[in-house]
Ligand binder design. Structure first.
Ligand code: CUA
Length: 352
């Protein structure tokens, strides 16, 4: 090898090595609450188990094939005076062997895969909690029909109890019939599509308490990346307390907040149970807004500062969303004064 080629090879090896190291830093186990490899419940465990089963078969095939390739490259490399090695073209025994071996491997992968698919699709039995999730551009509407609870973006579930989730897509201002989303909370299960006019199902179950991050996994428009959600798995007593709290009517606004709510027409889209004029169903139900840890498709932590920024210019936070603060509200300009925003923030945070 000439000196220049050697230098080029060294450069290439160093570059690839450095980039691989950089990529590997992304695999740190810390701070990844959205992690397929840490199954936090039986449904996710089925999926992770299948993943590893297929992975190790694929890894063995990779090592075998690449190993044989390297052996062939080294053993049969060109040398002065050496002729062409023995050719295997048309060798029936070899060809039958390398047709049957992969077919058997594929069968071996197919059996557990199909068994898993049916197992995951099966409706769970026993003490099942049923919830309905409707995907919108770009937030999640959540109903607990048996508990008469409606919320958004944060799904509370009791630990150790299978939750059968019905998934469908609902309209948004820009797309009347809805678009396809995908429900994905890697720690608990997933993914499953939400389709307009059709209901899909998925079971999630957490075997310990915790907050599990989820997100939309099907491109659904400008703010697809801003369509996140959280599953808060709680021990049963805490879950029951949450349900009880959700049954309370919303706190009453003071005069200033009420005037602001009416002026910009919040009630056209939002509901606050118990407050007159706020019965809209286009946007998230705000009756217990203050009890949520996040808002705006779970992309913002629910703080007064973030809420002020949202009310000042929702388009700057989540581009393309349907929230207009009118009349006179335009992207980049809210129809609310600073004082009105202050009053609304105080009121919304009081909606525990
Ligand atoms: Cu909804 Cu992507």
């Amino acid at each position: 090898m000439r000196g220049r080629d050697k230098a080029r090879l060294t450069r290439a090896v160093v570059t690839v090595g450095a980039l691989s190291l950089l990529a590997l830093t992304g695999c740190s186990r810390q701070h990844i609450p959205q992690d397929t490899f840490h199954a936090a419940g039986p449904e996710a465990a089925k999926e992770a188990g299948l993943y590893w089963f297929v992975f190790w078969i694929a890894a063995a095939v990779f090592v075998l094939v690449e190993g044989l390739l390297i052996v062939a490259l080294v053993r049969f490399r060109h040398r002065p005076g050496r002729g062409v090695p023995t050719q295997v073209h048309g060798n029936k025994r070899l060809e039958i062997m390398w047709t049957i071996a992969p077919a058997l491997l594929l069968l071996g992968v197919a059996f557990p895969t199909v068994i898993n698919i049916f197992s995951i699709a099966r409706r769970p039995t026993g003490n099942v909690l049923e919830i309905q999730v409707v995907g919108h551009q770009w937030w999640w509407e959540v109903h607990y029909p048996s508990l008469r609870v409606t919320t958004a973006n944060e799904i509370h579930i009791p630990v150790g109890r299978p939750v059968y989730v019905s998934l469908t897509s609902g309209p948004s201002g820009s797309v009347g019939s809805g678009v396809i989303h995908s429900f994905w909370v890697p720690g608990l299960a997933g993914k499953q599509d939400l389709e307009p006019g059709h209901t899909n199902h998925l079971t999630i179950e957490a075997d310990h308490a915790g907050v599990f991050l989820g997100q939309c996994a099907e491109y659904c428009g400008t703010s697809h990346a801003n369509m996140r959600f959280r599953v808060m798995a709680q021990p049963t007593p805490a879950f029951d307390a949450w349900v009880k709290q959700q049954h309370q009517p919303g706190a009453m606004p003071n005069g200033e907040a009420m005037a602001a709510l009416q002026q910009v027409g919040c009630g056209n889209c939002h509901t606050i149970t118990g407050v007159q004029g706020l019965g809209g169903t286009v946007g998230p139900d705000l009756t217990h807004f203050g009890s949520r840890t996040t808002f705006a498709g779970a992309i913002l932590v629910n703080t007064g500062q973030n809420l002020s920024a949202w009310l000042r210019d929702p388009q700057a936070v989540k581009p393309g969303n349907d929230m207009t603060i009118g009349p006179g509200g335009k992207p980049g300009r809210s129809a609310l004064t600073d004082d009105q925003i202050r009053a609304l923030v105080a009121y919304l945070e009081s909606l525990k």
